[in-house]
Design a protein. Structure first.
Length: 138
C-alpha cells in the first residue's frame, strides 16, 4: 500500500516560505491587503473625458467575487446575481442599483479577459466614479 506524505503547515512555513532577511532586517514580503488590492481597472471615458464605465481584469476574480465587491459600495442594491454556470450562458451576470441608477457587470462577447462595469444603457453618470473608486482602491 502506498502512503502519501503531506508536510505540516508549520514545516511549510519554516522551510518553504520566506528566504533570508534583507539589509533592513525584513524579508521584503508584504501580505496582500485584500481582494481589491489585486484588481486592475481600465477606465473608459466619453468624448468629454468623463468616466462612463470601466473594465477590470478577470484574472483572480470570478463573477461572484465581482458581486461581492459591488455589495460593499454604500448605496448599492444588488438586483441580480450570477446564475449557475453563468460563465457559459450569461453575458450580463450582475445587475445593481447605485443611488437609483441601473448598472450592470458583463463579460463582453468574444475571447475577452475583462469584465465591463457601467450604467445600463451606457452613459455618463456621477455614480460611476463611486463604483470605480471601490474597485480601484488599494
Amino acid at each position: 500500500m502506498w502512503a502519501i506524505y503531506y508536510p505540516s503547515a508549520n514545516y511549510l512555513l519554516a522551510n518553504c516560505g520566506r528566504q533570508s532577511l534583507n539589509s533592513e532586517g525584513t524579508d521584503g514580503y508584504t501580505e496582500p491587503d485584500n481582494l481589491l488590492s489585486r484588481v486592475k481597472t481600465y477606465p473608459l471615458y466619453d468624448a468629454e473625458k468623463r468616466l462612463f464605465a470601466f473594465e477590470i481584469g478577470n484574472l483572480g476574480i470570478d463573477r461572484r467575487g465581482v458581486c461581492r465587491i459591488i455589495e460593499m459600495i454604500p448605496g448599492v442594491t444588488l438586483t441580480r446575481r450570477p446564475k449557475l454556470l453563468s460563465w457559459f450562458r450569461e453575458q450580463i451576470f450582475c445587475e445593481f442599483l447605485v443611488d437609483g441608477a441601473e448598472y450592470i457587470a458583463a463579460k463582453p462577447l468574444g475571447d475577452n479577459s475583462r469584465y465591463w462595469i457601467g450604467p445600463n444603457p451606457p452613459r455618463w453618470l456621477p455614480q460611476t466614479e463611486k463604483v470605480h473608486r471601490t474597485f480601484a482602491r488599494r
